[in-house]
Design a protein around this ligand. Sequence first.
Ligand code: IMP
Length: 430
Amino acid sequence: MPAHIIVGTQWGDEGKGRVADYFAARSDIVARYAGGDNAGHTVRVGEQSYALHIVPSGVIHDGVVCVMGNGMVINPLKLADELRGLAERGVDISPGRILLSESAHLILPTHRALDRAREVSRGRDAIGTTARGIGPAYTDKVARSGLRAGSIGRPDDFAEEARARIVEHNCLLADRYGADPIDVDAAVEALAEAASFLRPYLADTPLYLHEALAAGKTLLCEGAQGTLLDLDHGTFPYVTSSSATAGGALTGLGIGPRHVARVTGVAKAFSTRVGEGPFPTELSGPLADRLRGTGENPWDEFGTTTGRPRRCGWLDTVVVRYAARINGLTDLVLTKLDILSGMGELSVADAYIYAGETIWEMPRDRDRLAACDPAYETLPGWDEDITGAARRGDLPENALGYIARIEAASGVPVAQATVGPGRAQAVEVL
Ligand code: IMP
């Protein structure tokens, strides 16, 4: 199979990292196409746990080539740190194995400062960003004033170009937002150091991918964030600034649609969201606490990147159906099914009530969505511990009924369900 895209069907944090890790073992190349260090994937291998923010999950698998595509925004300081951290743990980070698109845009320290300043200035309308500078870096890309990764390949010019941007951003910070400017010399020095470390990784990645696909290699396109955080198709303005959906994989990597054979949507067995914005099935109180976990376990619902507790709620199949449509999903992977064990009856929203009427599709307007109440169907739960389930027949009838409900609502088959954090805790259900 040539190209296989993995996307999140909800608001991110669906467990795409572990799903990408699973498919990476069967791929030659794993490429990320959007976002930056706002993402956080935790991949557990035995007793080891790797928190990846920028480098694709495939890096844990020997021999898999990892590509950071042109659609990404890269913080050079964070990427250099992440690569050095992986090397210290024995992961092969040789250039040639890891490629950074020359056309990816760079996140500068002032982008982070601008992200924070803009959030403060939004007041009660704050988006709840990860404060990683994602929005301001993409703003500069669209304004055609951003600095691309390729600029670090020109050491003589890079420091000067970075300095010019930082000075300009500092004016904006001070004049527009009344925020403290950042130390220009220190920032430029740190960037120049990271740039010299990253220089060997620069590549014409669309050309590399074209040649690899022509040679019959398999490519896994690893999505970050989720469908409802997509700039065009998410719950705007409470979204990220990139194209997180399947279409973004094509522009974000520079490949054509004819290569794509499979689009897998990752759906968590319940819903979570970090940051602000509408969330029709949101719960509060003990049920939300039960879904979230205490924070003691790495899989509890606290942000990998920011540590923020996630908002939690029942599964919303209106959302999954919407994601199936926007991404052209061929199959689903359902994650964290084990968390629902022992919860008693389970509610699933398969429609909304808006202005007294039942509506079956998600409204795109944020005020209409915010005014929607979920129309719940109640499904019987199960008490069995399913963390040891290895095959479909090991799952209780009611867990299979839950899966069947999702398939019926979304029109997409569930290929796999995960029942615990370990690599082996995944059940093929198709
Ligand atoms: P930004 O991407 O930092 O600009 O944040 C915009 C919105 O996307 C905020 O609501 C963030 O919480 C959310 N967001 C960004 N990245 C992730 C992610 O990887 N998982 C979940 N939410 C995210």
